[in-house]
Design a protein around this ligand. Structure first.
Ligand code: PGA
Length: 253
């Protein structure tokens, strides 16, 4: 009942010509895939050109971050009004934003509310650090991030919500979490906590992705799990064959 979703997070990679090339190379493999939603998240500077290349393809566009204010004296920021006609999705609260740019749960919450208010679907990232994991605090951290991120959120009929479980220790390390472990976290923590805030039907309809060293070799195993609705892919989303392969696996889910 939940359509699988595969999102490619390009991070701080690809200038405009490189973005055009990557999308053009991927399109033949991605375009014809049934039963999967695909989202490309290039850097801000490439959103315009990628949106043109994606026109009519059915592939979605996402931003990697956003500020919550609509306009004003906020040098260097990008507002939901600037994104809403270009993108359908926006990644919020990625661990790299939290770590390098001091984004707190409250900032993520403001961004989530602002994105929803402008009909952008937030892909809210949650996940524990290695230190928190080793201290047995993973569940506690995920609960805190979801509760804070979704505080005072009211969903309209047009709104959708996506959560990406991305354990920080698995991101870019080549050391993915186990599919069984991810399944348990989603089933026992992420959906019930979301249900407690937004209700059971929204929690069941919401897509929950796994992210952290997903590649063409391990994606299928994650997608076999009933609770894993897709993936947020970093490094492998920059490799045409790998990303297409991952999207193919999701399409077979
Ligand atoms: P990775 O990144 O696939 O390179 O581990 C995932 C992410 O940060 O979203």
């Amino acid at each position: 009942m939940r359509t699988p979703l595969v999102a490619g997070n390009w991070k701080l990679n690809k200038n405009v010509p490189e973005s055009c090339r990557l999308v053009t190379d991927m399109l033949p493999g991605l375009q014809s895939l049934p039963g999967v939603d695909i989202v490309l998240c290039p850097p801000f500077t490439s959103l315009m050109v990628v949106s043109i290349l994606l026109e009519g393809t059915g592939i979605y566009l996402g931003a990697q971050n956003m500020y919550w204010e609509k306009e004003g004296a906020y040098t260097g920021e990008i507002s939901p009004l600037m994104l809403k006609d270009l993108c359908q999705f926006v990644i919020l609260g990625h661990s790299e934003r939290r770590k390098y740019f001091n984004e707190a749960d409250q900032d993520v919450n403001q961004k989530v509310k602002s994105a929803l208010g402008h009909n952008l679907t937030p892909i809210i990232c949650v996940g524990e650090t290695l230190e928190e994991n080793e201290a047995g605090r993973a569940t506690e951290v995920i609960i805190r991030q979801i509760k804070a991120g979704l505080a005072d959120v009211i969903l309209s009929d047009r709104n959708q919500l996506v959560i990406a479980y991305e354990p920080v220790w698995a991101i870019g390390t080549g050391r993915a979490a186990t599919a069984d472990g991810v399944e348990l976290i989603i089933r026992n923590v992420i959906r019930p906590v979301t249900a407690g805030i937004l209700g059971e039907s929204i929690a069941q309809a919401m897509r929950v992705l796994y992210g952290g060293s997903v590649n063409a070799g391990n994606a299928a195993e994650f997608f076999q799990k009933p609770e894993v609705d897709g993936a947020l892919v970093g490094g492998a989303s920059l490799k045409v064959e790998d990303f297409v392969r991952i999207a193919q696996f999701a399409s077979q889910k």
